[in-house]
Design a binder for this molecule. Structure first.
Ligand code: ADP
Length: 366
């Protein structure tokens, strides 16, 4: 097992820089997820850790030792790919054993590791089959098994569930998380799916355009996003955003003017902003209440509803056309075209600067 440290890591392809100085420490045994939109550089970063891409600048350390120049096969890592990358002409047993045979592992040891991993991943009845005789989920289990038998210090996963259907993805998510519980290895997992990141990670690294936007435990990112990008990326359905201006500052409350709305308040550290400042108001769907007209900040017309049984989502439009999503616990009688009145929770609403950083305006400490 090993820690992974990235020290000012940069990557360029020719003159194009794609990673702009990544600093990150991943602890021994941690489940760390790299998440971000397509093209942000997460696969490149993982492939650099794996040794499949050169590091343009900076230092990569595994277990405290620099490994920039160490070939992939000697880093003690195992990678699981989205495409499974199984050998089609070999049986499951041969696929699992192949890497160990190449390393001249003794035969009895290979048998015991292959059968142990197959049992753990519940593919033991399939050992004599060929990959084409397996379902997508079974193939991905074999690909994971091939990593498990190598007993790597670090597991690397590159979008391993993207080719599976929704139900199987949920099942495999749980299986990979319990594999981590059982083995306790360091795992680094790349995905563009923030739900996978939220449900599997000890710590999430949010990347955008080759830089780290924020690192933290899933709920820390959800509750205290550093900026508008992270706030919008983490959470499903996503946070609602409205453009506004700070109209007045009281002790711990900013009063925000948003076109078409009244009495919008947010609790923040009022020393960190000024009257007249342009801001973006962010409110999560579960922090909007349906209220009587006299108590509301906004009138809205329901465009459509989603009834999931345990929860409902109302998609509605404000007078200026802004679309809002509201979470309603349980079931609802509200229907499309209904008029409703909304109140935003001042404690859980967030304000972001309307500049290039989109940084959150902090709340008062304590
Ligand atoms: P992600 O995994 O987040 O979708 P990638 O790491 O695959 O992103 O890619 C990051 C950026 O690097 C993208 O803009 C991509 O086009 C570019 N890139 C990736 N591989 C190469 C390559 N071999 N040559 C040139 N550009 C590349």
């Amino acid at each position: 097992m090993a820690s992974v440290e990235l020290d000012k890591i940069r990557k360029s392809y020719g003159n194009t820089a794609v990673l702009h100085g990544i600093d990150l420490g991943i602890q021994d045994g941690e489940f760390c997820v790299f998440v971000g939109p397509s093209g942000c550089g997460k696969s490149t970063l993982l492939r650099m850790i794996a040794g499949l891409e050169d590091i343009t600048e900076g230092e990569l350390r595994l277990g405290g030792k620099r490994v920039n120049e160490v070939p992939a096969a000697q880093r003690g890592l195992a990678m699981v790919f989205q495409s499974y990358a199984l050998y089609p002409h070999m049986s499951v047993r041969q696929n699992l054993a192949f890497g160990l045979e190449n390393m001249h592992t003794p035969k009895a040891e290979i048998t015991s590791r292959v059968e142990g991993a197959a049992k753990m991943l519940q593919i033991d009845p399939l050992l004599e089959r060929k990959p084409r005789q397996l379902s997508g989920g079974q193939r991905q289990r074999v690909a994971i098994g091939r990593a498990v038998v190598r007993e790597p210090s670090v597991f690397l996963f590159d979008e391993p569930l993207s080719n599976l259907d929704a139900e199987l993805r949920v099942q495999m998510r749980v299986e990979i998380a319990s594999l981590h519980q059982r083995l306790g290895n360091t795992m680094i997992y790349v995905t563009h799916d923030q739900v996978e990141a939220m449900t599997m990670a000890d710590r999430i690294v949010v990347l955008r355009l080759g830089i780290v936007e924020q690192v933290g435990a899933p709920l820390d990112l959800y509750n205290t996003p550093a900026n508008r990008f992270v706030a919008g990326f983490i959470g499903s359905p996503r946070m609602n955003f409205l453009e506004g201006t700070i109209q007045r500052l009281d002790a711990d409350t900013a009063h925000i003017e948003v076109e078409g709305l009244s009495d919008v308040r947010v609790h923040i550290d009022t020393g960190q902003c000024k009257t007249g400042e342009q801001v973006t108001l962010g409110v999560r769907p579960e922090h909007i209440r349906l209220v009587k007209e006299s108590e509301g900040s906004a009138r809205a017309v329901v465009a459509t509803t989603e009834q999931l049984g345990s929860d409902s989502y109302l998609y509605c439009d404000l007078p200026q056309g802004q679309r809002m999503i509201i979470h309603h616990p349980g079931q609802t009688d509200i229907k499309a075209k209904n008029h409703i009145h909304l109140a935003f929770d001042p404690e859980h609403s967030r304000l972001f600067r309307r500049d290039d950083t989109g940084a959150v305006i902090p709340r008062r400490a304590g």
